[in-house]
Design a protein around this ligand. Structure first.
Ligand code: HEC
Length: 156
């Protein structure tokens, strides 16, 4: 009697796990870690946008809120590089807009992440010392740090 493969497998053979599919050829899927880092990026965008509106007068300056936003930016900046692990799902997840340079040029990427950390630290110190109305240059420096990294590491 001939058994189909699956029946034979179920009856007598140890079932082998399916061969792993190379990540690049995997069917489209949504990676949790990519969604999380994109959410973090959008949260930074919202925080920085509020700070920019305060510094150019479109939003009433509120030093307490501004410090809160700047601290949140600092915290995210400090963990930004860790949100891009060198794993297949992280590198080739179809939902990602990260360029491969994030992983082929890790030193350059880390330098950009550190520059953002420094800029957000300077902004927090400026807010503590001078209040929300006086931090235009530091806010612009944070924006410049975002843009400098995106220029090399974010796909168009
Ligand atoms: C060290 C590099 C780096 C820095 C600094 C950086 N980003 Fe990003 N950003 C990226 C990368 C890479 C992606 C793509 C992430 C992905 O899709 O996997 C991204 C994605 C984004 C996105 C989502 C774009 C999209 O359509 O998916 C926004 C919004 C964003 N960043 C805002 C910011 C803001 C605001 C700052 C500064 C406060 C900032 N980023 C700083 C590297 C950086």
């Amino acid at each position: 009697m001939r058994l189909s493969f699956s029946a034979a497998c179920a009856a007598v053979l140890p079932c082998l796990p399916a061969a792993p599919v190379p990540a690049q050829e995997a069917p489209p899927h949504v990676s949790e870690s990519i969604l999380q880092r994109q959410e973090g990026m959008y949260a930074m965008e919202a925080a920085l946008d509020a700070l920019e509106r305060m510094t150019d007068g479109r939003l009433a300056p509120d030093t307490g809120l501004a410090i809160d936003l700047a601290v949140r930016l600092s915290v995210w900046a400090g963990s930004l590089a860790d949100a891009f692990p060198d794993t297949p799902a992280s590198r080739w997840g179809p939902a990602s807009r990260a360029r491969q340079e994030v992983w082929t040029d890790p030193g350059g990427f880390l330098a950009r992440a550190l520059a953002l950390e420094e800029a957000t630290g300077a902004l927090t110190r400026g807010l503590a010392a001078g209040g929300a109305a006086l931090v235009g240059p530091q806010t612009r420096a944070v924006r410049a740090a975002c843009t400098a990294c995106h220029a090399g590491y974010l796909a168009p």
